[in-house]
Design a protein around this ligand. Structure first.
Ligand SMILES: O=C(O)CCC(=O)C(=O)O
Ligand SMILES: [Fe+2]
Length: 208
């Protein structure tokens, strides 16, 4: 193709293609303002943590059994009901049009620098079509991987940001957080601080 004077060659003028998106994934930056994040974190830290995993967790509504990969069936192992802050957030997820029903199950995860979560799809026979995850404290990079074509999409998560997994992002792609102390950023490594995530799930009818 001939070049017109004053015009950039096509390969310079054309912007690079956007990174491959994960179908069904949405990220809402600043879904919660910093003061509300601090207030939520204070409420969470006033409650009891479970040390059953490498990272500490809190389960509300229904306990998830990581060994059996299902909801815990033993009623003696029942999780406490959703606290007020979780019910209010679950109601906002519905009024914002992000979830169809109010979440019935909440898991709070705490990640100290160096801790992560291995690649997984949230239990398909247990939980509904949308999983929402709110980041508090520090940010991190979450990796989405496609099990078939090996596609990998790193998604930066910042405090106050809400990640909404639906469609293939929920049911096909796996998500993981590498167990490391810093993440690659646009201008070098970004050290991690303590991150707390709050994840909201509905239950499928058979589990209610
Ligand atoms: O920490 C997060 O943002 C996500 C946690 C997660 O994937 C889960 O609890 O299933
Ligand atoms: Fe998950």
């Amino acid at each position: 193709m001939s070049q017109t004077a004053g015009r950039l060659p096509l390969d310079i003028a054309t912007p690079p293609p956007p990174p491959p998106a994960v179908p069904g994934l949405r990220y809402l930056a600043d879904w919660l303002d910093p003061a509300a994040c601090d207030a939520l974190l204070a409420e969470i830290d006033a409650a009891a943590w479970s040390a059953e995993l490498k990272r500490r967790v809190q389960h509300y509504g229904h306990r998830y059994d990581y060994g059996r990969r299902s909801l815990a069936s033993d009623r003696r192992d029942a999780a406490p009901p959703l606290p007020g802050w979780a019910r209010e957030t679950a109601a906002r997820l519905v009024s914002d049009g992000l979830m169809e029903r109010e979440a019935e199950q909440v898991i709070v995860n705490e990640y100290l620098p160096g801790q992560g979560i291995s690649a997984h799809v949230d239990c398909l026979p247990c939980f509904g079509p949308v999983v929402a995850a709110l980041s508090l404290g520090s940010g991190c990079l979450m990796d989405f991987t496609h099990p078939g074509d090996g596609g990998k999409v790193p998604v930066p998560l910042a405090p106050g940001g809400l990640l909404v997994m639906a469609g293939e992002a929920r049911s096909v792609w796996r998500h993981a957080i590498a167990a490391r102390r810093s993440d690659p950023g646009p201008s070098g490594r970004v050290p991690r601080g303590r991150r707390v995530s709050v994840t909201f799930r509905t239950l499928l009818p058979a589990e209610r």
